[in-house]
Every structure is written in C-alpha cells, then in structure tokens.
Design a protein. Structure first.
Length: 655
C-alpha cells in the first residue's frame, strides 16, 4: 500500500489484494437437555438438566504486509526547491523497496466456555381454589478462556521490565501457573408461584424468582505480528537483504516487554475482571388479578418488577488514581478545579515542576506525558480497558394490563398496555458514588394490539358470492408508545477526572418545536433549544455521562401494519393460501432524531441556506434502537424519514 500526502508523489499504491482479510473461523455450540415429569395425587413433580457448550476457533492465515512510499525513490531534501517531496511509490514497488514490512504469524486459538443447569419443581394443588408452584434451579457457569493458554491478561502484581519493573505486565495462563477467572458455582435460583381463585371469575396470581443469564464471552488477547519500519529520512527496506522480513513467534509469551519505556498505551492488552465468569442475576416478582368480564372477554392487570445485578457494565475501573493518592501529593482535583486542570499538564511543564518537583515514575518515562498519567497505579498505561466487569445494575417497575377477546362471531383481539420505568446504575469513575438514571431504552407508555377478523359464511345467500367472500382473515397490528430518551449533550469543557454532561438551565424549554406536532421542516427548523444547556466550568463536574431525562425524548414512532389472507382447500391433501402483508397502512411520515451534541457550536448551512449539521438539527444518519430497523436510512441531513407504505403478496401451494 502507498501512503503519501505530497502532491508530487503521484502513483500512490492501493492494495492489490488482501489475503490477510480472510480468516477461517469455526463455531461449536452443542447442547443437550432432559426432563422427567411424575404426577402423584395433587402433586406434579418435574426435574431436568441442561448443558450448553460454546467454542470459537479462529485461524487467520499467515502472510506479509508491505507498504510502499515515496522514500525509496526520493532525493535529499537539500536538493529540492520548496517544501516538496520528490518520489514515486510505484517506482518503489518496482524496485522492491518497501517503507515497512509486517510479518503475520498463523494465529490459532480456541475460546470456549460451558454452562450446566439442573432444576426440580412441584406444582401442588392444595385445594380446588389454591395452587402453589415451587422449585429451584442451579446453574454452573465455567469461565470463558483460551484452551491452550494463548490469551493474555494484565498481571497486576507482575514486574514489567520495560517499565523499570513497575508492576503491570502481560501474563498467560500457559506460563503463569495461575487462573485468570474462576468458575462460578453459586448460581442458585429459587422460584415460587401462587394462583388463587377468589371467585369463579376472578383469579389472583403472584410469583417470585431469581434467574441467571449466561456468563459473558471473553475476547482473545495476543499479538501475532511484527513490523520492521526503519527511522530516518528516506529510509526504506530492500527486500533482498536478509532480516528485512521479521519473524514473529506465536504464541508470543514474551510480550511482558510491552509497552516500551515511556509508552502510555497497552496495545492489545486489557485487564480481565476476576469476576468475569459471574453470570448476570435477575431478582423478579409479580402480582396480578385476572378477571373474566364476559364469557369471551378476559382482562388482566399486574405489577411486574425486577432488580438486576452483575451485568457486564461500564463501571469497571483499574488505572484510576484514588483521592488518597492525590492527597499524598497535596492535590484535590475532585473539589479544586485548578488541581483538576493541572493533571493535564506535562511533567516538564513549569507549573507541575513548581508544584510537585520533577516526577519520574521509572527510568525512561517521557517527561512529555501528563501528570495524570504519571500518577496512575500503572503509569506505563494511560488507560487500560477492563473486560466484563460485573458491575452493571438494572431497576424495572411496571403496571401491565392485558385484554383478550376470544373468538366469537369471527372476531378475536388482544391488547396490552405497559406503564413502566426502567433504570440503570451509572457513575463517572471508581471514586464517585454510584447513581441511577433512566435506561436509553426506557419507554414509559406502550400500547399494542392484535386484531383478527374472519369473514362469515352467512353474509350472503347467493352461493357464488358466499364462496368468494367467506373465510377471509383480516388482521392488524398496531403499536403506540412514548419516544425513547435523547442523549443529553456531553460537556465540552476540560475535566481530567471523569466525563460528564452539560447542566440543564432552569426555566429554559428543551424544545423549540414539539417533535410530534407534524409541523417540522427539517431544512430550516432547529427543534432543540441550545440555551437549555450550559457547560460546567473547567475542572468541575456536570451530571455523570449516561444520565437521561424523562422529558427529553425523541418523537413517537407508531407501527401500523395489516394483513389479508385466505386458504383455499382444493382437495383433502391440496391447499392454496393467498396472503397480503401491508406495512405503514396510514402512510405516516416520520422524522429522525435531532443532533444533541455541542449546543455552543454554530449551525452549519449549505449554499441554499438549509441546515446541514448542528445542535437541534434533524440528523438522518440514525441507527440502533432509536429508529426501527425497517426504516429507510438516509444520510442527507434535512430530509424527512419515511417508512414507505408497502405491500407484499404471497401465494403458497401445499400438498
């Protein structure tokens, strides 16, 4: 590949073909289950067992990557007039002189895990009106790992020779004599359910239980390539010289030498949380009443709640300075904005030297690194990711209602209504107390209904008309709900302790136009109010990142679909089904989410004076849960999002 920005360096090489882009992967997911039921008297006993295995085998090919630049065919800068580089990457390619050469080793790894479960339960009909269900389930989750010990982890107590033997270096299970993550054998989930008939038409139902999910997967961590890039002006690698192509060894168990002295990046390495095998746990309960209103209409209402812990979440931190460490250096960045801003200065900055003297975490540590990095527990890394930290928390409470109209006179229908609040735990860093916020998928009100009507035989007395019009099924699915929360703008001021959002300005409306009014012209309307948000001062905190507000939501996006179908029975063994599916039957036009970043920046306009970007402008490049996957994606800012009204006709012949 060629990589050059000089206007004189014509002929930049593009990849002629990338064999390294192809990786042989193989997934194994065998599973098995067995259960037994025994009925005796008023008891119905059940017992069972389940097992899942999962393995991901990755075997990318070996190969050599070559980069060709202008260096091999350029002339000394002293001979060139002006700030130009004279060289020709294609000529370098023809000469076989490369700017850098990378050798990729044949990585071969197998990440695997398993989960076992057993359960016993009993449904006990105590009286004609009272039934109790009780039981227990046990899950045993093995920690995900690499079968041959070729995946690395950060050894927090291992000296790093490349960092003056400061603690913090890569380790491998095949050589460390240790286990990164232990299996979790304590996933015991009791269950209890009660059903009581209050009157012949009224039943009370309640339940409580603890449920466990699957332990999260773990990514392979290793390095499988070595690059030879010479330094200096006009440096290049002639391929006919032995040693030009480096020869890596994989698996490479000597990568404890990374990062190099003074480096503050960890490369491939992350820290695997010791609790990564702990499966997420959900404590859930419900209590409700079911009532038969008429012989073909039933209404139910229930309170449903749950609390979740140990979800793989964003609250795992490792390389964070504690308030006690800051205090030892006479710093108070959590309460003193000046100290907070000082953390971003380089070690060779006069303000840092005057305040703390000359700081050197270890020999070779670059003085251009910031004070914040130098004070970290592992200064050889600026930040290091924590994989699968089981610190996520969830909170859910809801009122759920359901009405069912059983089939009568050709009509059957059901509808559900949910009034809920869902929250998650958040915090900006390890040393700030945890807080709660709405989930990004919180939807306080949600109503949906399914309707199906079958045309009757006795509509018409004429046999021909009756044969044509009878037994057609006409159905509809309708869903209406609240808009999803919009992400508040992130603070653009400096804060070296943790990210935050902007403050809301009291008395200022969040919206300049109601997103549900049907009156928005996205070419010329700014729908969000930039005056509703303000930055925290430099060095101070705003609300923690991940804070959502119940009154700052996207537009509502209803779903309205219908279908028409009929099955024609030709003979006993032959049938023809005709079906039509129709989406967005009312042809609603819907808009994308507005941009919610940086309300202090000016809006961007095109030559026609139409908005193209900026806070409160309708952003059409939206993906994820904010817009249903069936919505048309349009990258042009300022146009309406429209889910087209479409119809699909299907004919199916069975025999």
């Amino acid at each position: 590949t060629g990589n050059t920005t000089s206007p004189e360096a014509l002929g930049g090489m593009q990849q002629l073909g990338n064999a390294l882009a192809h990786t042989a992967t193989h997934t194994e997911r065998p599973s098995a289950n067995a259960n037994l039921t025994w009925i005796k008297g008023s008891h119905t006993y059940k017992a069972g067992a389940e097992v899942w295995y999962q393995a991901q085998i990755t075997a990318p090919p070996t190969g050599v990557g070559l980069t060709f630049g202008a260096g091999a065919t350029s002339i000394p800068a002293s001979l060139v007039t002006g700030a130009y580089t004279v060289g020709f990457p294609y000529a370098s390619f023809l000469l076989g002189d490369v700017t850098s050469a990378t050798q990729y080793a044949p990585v071969d790894a197998r990440m695997f895990k398993s989960q076992w479960a057993m359960f016993v339960q009993d449904s006990w009909k105590i009286t004609r009106k009272l039934t109790v269900d009780y039981g227990v389930r046990w899950d045993y989750a093995t920690a995900a790992q690499e079968e041959y010990g070729r995946s690395a982890d950060l050894g927090t107590n291992v000296p790093n020779p490349a960092a003056g033997n400061r603690l913090g270096a890569a380790i491998f299970q095949s050589t460390c004599g240790c286990t990164f993550v232990s299996n979790y054998p304590y996933a015991l989930g009791p269950r209890l359910g009660v059903a009581y008939q209050i009157t012949p038409k009224t039943v009370f139902r309640g339940g409580w239980g603890v449920a466990y999910g699957f332990a999260p997967d773990i990514n392979l961590q290793n390095t499988a390539d070595v690059t030879n890039t010479p330094s200096g002006v006009n440096a290049y690698l002639p391929l006919n010289v032995p040693g030009t192509i480096p020869q890596p060894v994989w698996p490479n168990f000597s990568v404890s030498q990374t990062p190099l002295p003074g480096a503050i990046t960890s490369g491939f390495l992350a820290y695997l949380d010791p609790g990564a095998s702990r499966p997420p746990r959900q404590n859930q309960w419900s209590a409700g009443v079911q009532r038969e209103i008429t012989h073909d209409f039933v209404l139910e209402a229930a309170y449903v709640g749950n609390r979740g812990v140990w979800w793989s979440g964003p609250l795992g931190y490792l390389n964070q300075e504690s308030p006690q460490l800051f205090a030892a250096y006479g710093l108070s960045p959590y309460s003193n904005p000046a100290d907070n801003l000082l953390l971003g200065d380089a070690l060779n900055n006069s303000a840092v030297i005057q305040r703390l003297g000359v700081l050197t975490p270890y020999s070779g540590y670059a003085s251009s690194n910031t004070l914040l990095n130098a004070l970290r527990p592992y200064p050889q890394f600026s930040t290091i990711a924590v994989q699968n930290s089981p610190t996520g928390r969830t909170f859910y409470d809801s009122l759920q209602m359901k009405g069912t109209k059983r089939l009568s006179h050709g009509l059957q229908a059901s509808g559900t209504f949910t009034w809920e609040k869902s929250m998650v735990g958040i915090r900006p860093n390890l040393f700030v107390p945890s807080n709660k916020s709405l989930q990004a998928t919180d939807q306080p009100f949600l109503f949906n209904t399914n309707i199906l009507y079958t045309t009757q035989r006795d509509w018409f007395s004429n046999k021909v008309i009756r044969a044509i019009t009878r037994d057609w099924g006409i159905g509809a699915f309708l869903q209406y709900g609240s808009g999803l929360p919009l992400a508040p703008p992130a603070a653009t001021t400096t804060n070296y302790i943790g990210g935050s959002e902007m403050f809301r300005v009291p008395g200022q409306p969040l919206f300049l136009k109601n997103l549900n009014c049907g009156c928005i012209n996205p070419y010329y309307d700014q729908v969000l109010n930039p005056a509703a948000w303000e930055n925290p001062p430099n060095g101070t905190f705003g609300p923690a990142t991940g804070t959502y507000y119940g009154d700052f939501r996207s537009a509502r996006r209803p779903q309205e679909n219908a279908n028409l179908s009929r099955t024609f029975r030709i003979k006993e063994r032959f049938a023809l089904q005709l079906r039509g599916e129709f989406v967005n039957i009312f042809n609603r036009t819907q808009i994308g989410n507005p941009i919610t970043t940086n309300p202090t920046a000016a809006l961007s306009k095109n030559a026609q004076g139409q908005y193209t970007a900026g806070f409160g402008v309708i952003n059409l490049a939206v993906s994820g849960p904010q817009i249903a996957p069936t919505y048309t994606q349009n990258a042009v800012v300022g146009q309406l999002y429209q889910l087209p009204r479409t119809g699909t006709l299907i004919a199916r012949f069975t025999f």
